[in-house]
Every structure is written in structure tokens, then in C-alpha cells.
Design a protein around this ligand. Structure first.
Ligand code: GLA
Ligand code: ZN
Length: 688
């Protein structure tokens, strides 16, 4: 992993001067100066421009664009231009368009639309990347390569079917192994030739859409294959770039919690992670924090780039609310607080036509600088300039980890039973929300991550267990840590076959329980759960899923209050080694999840000093010199008051803060406190 080397946080974003005559560029650079925009992502959708016909390449305009940006002293994140394929390509090679889930061969249109298995797509996209690198690699303004754009979706064409069979041959070697893994004795599915295998689609194993499959094993493997097929496209372009650019770091923009692509399968192949933050609404602070932490976790905890965010509005949703004054700044600092080493926008200048003409931009159609949005961008630019390199490379000293696993996500949501209403992201988010409210630093990591540095590991809905994960979770508890898991964990192996043992399978010893039966109910139904530990007691509701838990050594922490299982355990805690395994068998409401998580954090003295100040978020980063930076983010529409738990200097205002001093953050206010050494901060952890 290598991040681009910069002296400060790169600030700027996607810029498409190819849409404009050159005199507009003059205005743009004047405005970029005014807003201190120092970094431009160029050429994301330039394929048709750069290659107007199969045997014709034309870099005239991109040369001018790159030359101008360099001459203006901007750093460049240069794209390979393959975010959308050209119309001539679809006409000349109809195989390059995708076949959708219903089996319809698409024709030319939209973007992100190439079949990932098409040899023509792979050859020509790599060739374009090769030529771009050959042409521009010597330009010192280029600090990063940006491959494609937001890889995603799926294809079900015949070439993908062939690719799938090859992928399966490599994975299983024999049809016997494949038949065993997919459990094909069921419903007379035994495959006797590789050619019989079909992509799981609406025409084959699925009904009612991508989540309803007759064979989870087949669908799971297709999801993995598709993720790998797109990765192969990425790698083809990366290898082509590397032929003439050995050192400039390579990335592609991820989409956070994006189901179709297993970013953990991709992570090792990127030099650094970057992502596009477009939350569904304006009250998703914890969700954004979770996603930033997930993206940071891809890099083994190294910083990432915030590649895109809108300065004001999106355009693609049915209703596109405006970011209120101060939100652009607040959310940018939130990204930095969670490990972003770049703050970039989509986009610098608003497109005049097509579907993004109403998408927010730093510069609108009238080209004015006296707009609220431009002013806020410029103010942030100034602030980032003042901050300089103080945060760059700083790491998050988390002692709490949340496990996030695409395989579990897929397996849970393509499962028939016990409930279609259980959604992986929501479950993970409710546990993360509880941690967020406790103002504790969290790493969100994949299931192969090193868990030895954590005191608490929270693994919500860890449905699918693979490798040595159960042993590594046991090791966390054995040395005194706490492991929290929930209903529907430890159910299936990597092929989505049930473990032939009591639920929760290989987690049973650690949790000290067995799950005998499970009940699922409509969302209107709630079963109250009484939560009780010495000194804490709360009755909450549980919904959707109710596992009937029989302790095998665990003590009961929560008890169902209704139905024939009233009085039986819903939440348990098991002493294991020097630590504990917590099992939450019921779909607790947020108050219940928060209660359980709080008890766990308290047992490790990990509740943050700013816990429970409503709407106040904190996050810590520690620089390579060991300097602690505490970010305080006020998500409220009004001011918030708290008390400094340590002395420090606010890097944004220069204010000196004494320990115990009352602090007021304005509505949507931000502080970045460089804390004095010493003190008794329970979140300090030496970074290994
Ligand atoms: C994505 C894309 C951009 C643009 C924005 C609009 O993130 O990468 O090209 O379409 O969305 O929000
Ligand atoms: Zn295809």
C-alpha cells in the first residue's frame, strides 16, 4: 500500500474541461485559485474522445487538459477513461454490452456497461490505459492513477458463463467436488459436464429477483466470480499502467457498502483505497462513519482518499436534498477524522446537459464565485491550507473492531428463511451506531484481519464462517477480550452448507450456548426482552428474529418476556479464557443493542470521554510521531456543549483548551484538537 505523496490534504475533484471551450478553462482556473483547489481528477469518461475508432487514438485534447492543469500547478489524478465504453465499440463488437439478470442483451447506452469477461473489452481497456501511461507517466503532476469508475453491476452473457465455468474449474478441479459443494443431490441438480453449468439468473435458479435462489452455493460462487471478473479488468489496466509507470499509486473509486463487489477481495490489488460518499439522506452520520471505517480497514488501517462527494446536491435520487450550510465542511472533516487523506468533490463544474446537469458542483452553470456553495468550498480550501500536513498518514488507534464480511452479507440475504426482512447492513449499522454513540474509535475489518490488537470484536450476523476465524475469535476472548455476535451467526460454511452441529456451529464453545429453534415474525410484532446485569437493567423490544437459546455454560443477560419462550434467554454472556463471548439471539431494537454494547465497552473501560453528547461525534488519529489528534464533530443544527477531557490546541481556530474547560461547538462545528501528551485516555493504543 502506498498513498500519493502530498504535503497537505489534496483538495479538488472531478473536472471535465473536455465538455467546455477553452475560455471556460480560464474562468475555471481563476475560480480554482480562489477556492485553493489543488488537485484535479481528469479524464474519467474520455474513452470515446481518446479513441474515436478502433484503430485511431487521439490525445490532442487530453494533452491540452493535462498540460494546462500541470502548468497551473495542480496535482492530477489521471483516469484511464474506461468508465464508459464508446458507441462504435458496442456496434463493432456487440459482445461488449452486458446481458442482464433477465437475459436481455443490452445495446449501447449509459455507462459502467461493459461485460467484464469480454476479451475485446479487456484488450482495449488495457490498451487505452497502456497508451495513457506511456504518454503521461513522465509528468510529475500526476500523483495517482484512477482506473475505470465505480466498478459494479453484473453480466450474465455466454462469455461470462464460460468465464464462470473456468473459474469453477480452477476452484474445484473436479465436478465431484463442485457437486458436493453445491449440494446438487437436492432437486436433481447433479452436473455431469462443466458445460451444463449456467449463471444463476432469472432464467435459471432465481425467481423474484437476485435474492431468491434455489441454490445458494451457485449464487454465492457467481457473486464471487463476478467480483473477480471485474477485478481482472482492473488488474489488466493496472498491469498496462505499470509498463511505463512504476511508482505512481493506483486506485479505483469504491462505493462503500456496495453489495455486488467484495472489496476485501480487491483491497490487496490497490495501492490505496478511495471511495465516493453519497449517503442516502442527511441523517446518516453513523452510517458514513461506518463506511469510512470500512474503507480504511481495506488498507490495513492506512488512510484512504475521499474521491467524490457532492458539494451540494446529487441528481440521481427521486428527491435530492441540499446540503445545509456547514454540512459540506462537516462531512469533509468527518472523512478526515476517519482516515481520509484527500477531500475531493464530484464535480468542479456542472455539466450543461444529460442526467447530471442538476448535480451539484463547485462551479454552477452561471460560473459565479459569489454563491454559498462556492464560498463554503473556498473556506474549506483555506482551512485545509492552514492545516497543512498535520493529519496526513495518521492512524486510528482503535481497540474495537467490527467484522464486515461480504460472504456473510450475500449468504444472509440470499437465504430462504428464516426472514427476508433481515438486512445485513442494517444489522451491522445498529451495532456500529451503538459504538458511535459511545464515542469509541472503531476499525471495520474483514474476517481475515489480524484481531490480536483488539479488546472487543463485534461480529454482527456472522452468518458464514470460513477458515480459522472461529479459532481467532476464541483467541480474542482467551486473552481477556470480548467477542459479540448475534442471531444467524455461525450457520453455514463457505459453500453455504449448514454445519452438522448445534447452532452457532464453530462459535458454540466461545458463546457457551446452543440455539435449539428460531422464530421469525412480521415487523409489527415485538417480544419484550428484559436486559439485566448487576447495576444495569432495561426492558427493550426485540423484532423480526427470535432464537431460542439454551445456555451451555453461558449466563443469561436478557430474557424474552412473551410467547411460549417467555423467561428463556435472548442475550447471554459466556466466560471464556480470561474474556467473554456475548451472544445476542434476538433482533433487539436500537436501545437494546446500545445497552449490550455499552456493557461490553464498560467492561474494558472503553466508553469514550465524549459519549452520549447527542449529535457529537469524536474520532482519533495518531500521527507517526505519536501526536494525538482528536476530531470533534457537531452534527446538530444548534450548538453543543461539552467539557475538554484533556488539554490541547484546536488546529482550526488556534484556540488553547485546558483540561476540564467547557467547550462549545457551533451548529455543525468542528474542532481538531492536537492533544497534549499524558493524561489518562483509555483509547490510547500503541500502533504495531
Ligand atoms: C458517481 C460517479 C460520478 C458521478 C457521481 C454523481 O460517484 O463516479 O461519475 O456520476 O456519482 O453523484
Ligand atoms: Zn458478460
Amino acid at each position: 500500500m502506498t498513498l500519493p505523496e502530498t504535503a497537505k490534504i489534496p483538495f479538488g475533484g472531478d473536472y471535465n474541461p473536455e465538455q467546455w471551450p477553452e475560455q471556460v478553462w480560464d474562468d475555471d482556473y481563476r475560480l480554482f485559485d480562489a477556492a485553493r483547489i489543488d488537485t484535479l481528477t481528469l479524464g474519467v469518461f474520455d474513452w470515446a474522445l481518446l479513441q474515436p475508432a478502433e484503430d485511431v487514438y487521439d490525445f490532442t485534447l487530453l494533452d491540452q487538459i493535462v498540460e494546462r492543469a500541470s502548468a497551473e500547478g495542480r496535482a492530477i489524478c489521471l483516469a484511464t477513461g474506461t468508465g464508459a465504453h464508446p458507441a462504435w465499440l458496442a456496434r463493432a463488437h456487440p459482445e461488449v454490452t452486458r446481458v442482464d439478470f433477465e437475459g436481455r442483451r443490452h445495446r449501447f447506452g449509459q455507462r459502467h456497461n461493459s461485460c467484464p469477461s469480454s476479451p475485446v473489452v479487456r484488450r482495449l481497456s488495457a490498451e487505452l490505459a497502456r497508451r495513457i501511461a506511456r504518454r503521461y507517466a513522465g509528468n510529475p503532476s500526476i500523483i495517482a492513477w484512477h482506473i475505470g469508475n465505480e466498478f459494479g453491476g453484473a453480466c450474465y452473457c455466454d462469455r461470462c458463463a464460460e468465464g464462470f465455468r473456468d473459474w469453477l474449474r480452477a476452484k474445484y478441479t473436479t465436478l465431484e467436488a463442485l457437486n458436493a459443494a453445491w449440494y446438487t443431490t437436492f432437486w436433481s441438480h447433479t452436473f455431469t459436464a462443466w458445460e451444463e453449468i449456467e449463471p444463476p439468473s432469472a432464467l435459471t435458479e432465481h425467481w423474484r429477483g437476485p435474492d431468491h435462489t434455489a441454490f445458494q452455493g451457485i449464487t454465492l460462487d457467481y457473486l464471487r466470480f463476478m467480483s473477480d471478473a471485474m477485478l481482472a479488468c482492473f488488474l489488466g489496466e493496472k498491469a498496462a499502467l505499470r509498463e511505463s509507470s512504476v511508482e505512481v499509486p493506483v486506485t479505483t473509486n469504491f462505493m462503500g457498502m456496495y453489495r455486488p463487489i467484495d472489496y476485501h477481495r480487491w483491497a490487496a490489488h490497490l495501492d490505496f483505497a478511495s471511495w465516493d460518499n453519497y449517503p442516502p439522506d442527511d441523517c446518516s452520520q453513523a452510517r458514513m462513519a461506518l463506511t469510512h471505517d470500512l474503507m480504511r480497514g481495506l488498507n490495513g488501517g492506512q488512510p484512504f482518499w475521499l474521491m467524490e462527494q457532492t458539494p451540494s446536491v446529487t441528481a440521481c435520487r427521486d428527491v435530492n436534498p441540499l446540503k445545509r450550510p456547514g454540512v459540506l465542511r462537516l462531512w469533509s472533516w468527518q472523512a478526515v477524522a476517519h482516515g481520509a487523506d484527500a477531500v475531493l468533490f464530484f464535480q468542479m463544474r456542472a455539466s450543461r446537459g444529460a442526467c447530471e446537469k442538476y448535480h451539484g458542483a463547485v462551479i454552477g452553470h452561471a460560473g459565479r464565485s459569489d454563491t454559498r456553495v462556492f464560498r463554503e468550498v473556498a473556506e474549506l480550501g483555506e482551512e485545509l491550507d492552514r492545516l497543512g500536513g498535520a493529519t496526513l498518514g495518521a492512524r486510528t488507534p482503535a481497540r474495537v473492531a467490527v467484522l464486515f464480511d461480504w460472504d456473510s452479507w450475500w449468504a444472509l440475504e440470499i437465504s430462504d428463511g428464516p426472514s427476508r426482512l433481515l438486512r445485513y447492513q442494517q444489522i451491522v449499522l445498529s451495532y456500529y451506531q451503538a459504538l458511535w454513540e459511545a464515542a469509541v474509535d472503531v476499525d471495520v475489518v474483514g474476517v481475515t484481519a489480524d484481531l490480536s490488537r483488539y479488546d472487543v470484536v463485534v461480529a454482527p450476523a456472522l452468518h458464514l464462517l470460513k477458515g480459522d476465524l472461529p479459532e481467532r475469535l476464541e483467541a480474542v476472548a482467551r486473552r481477556g477480550g470480548s467477542v459479540v455476535t448475534t442471531f444467524l451467526s455461525g450457520r453455514v460454511d463457505e459453500h453455504d452448507q449448514a454445519f452438522l452441529m448445534d447452532v452457532p456451529g464453530p462459535l458454540g464453545q466461545l458463546m457457551g450456548v446452543r440455539v435449539d429453534e428460531w422464530d421469525a415474525r412480521e415487523p409489527e410484532y415485538a417480544n419484550p426482552v428484559l436486559l439485566e446485569t448487576p447495576g444495569a437493567r432495561l426492558q427493550v423490544d426485540s423484532m423480526l428474529i427470535f432464537e431460542l437459546v439454551i445456555p451451555q455454560g453461558a449466563e443469561t443477560v436478557g430474557t424474552y418476556q412473551a410467547d411460549f419462550y417467555a423467561g428463556t434467554p435472548a442475550v447471554t454472556r459466556n466466560a471464556f479464557g480470561a474474556g467473554h463471548g456475548w451472544y445476542v439471539g434476538a433482533g433487539l431494537d436500537q436501545a437494546g443493542v446500545t445497552w449490550v454494547v455499552r456493557r461490553v465497552l464498560e467492561s474494558h473501560e472503553l466508553v469514550g470521554p465524549y459519549a452520549d453528547v447527542p449529535g457529537l461525534e469524536t474520532a482519533t488519529r495518531v500521527t507517526s510521531e505519536g501526536q494525538r489528534l482528536l476530531f470533534l464533530l457537531n452534527h446538530n443544527n444548534g450548538p453543543v456543549d461539552c467539557t475538554a477531557h484533556r488539554a490541547g490546541v484546536d488546529l482550526l481556530s488556534g484556540a488553547h483548551i485546558e483540561c476540564g474547560q467547557p467547550m462549545r461547538l457551533d451548529a455543525r462545528g468542528v474542532m481538531v484538537l492536537r492533544q497534549s501528551p499524558g493524561g489518562t485516555d483509555n483509547q490510547i493504543h500503541p500502533y504495531g
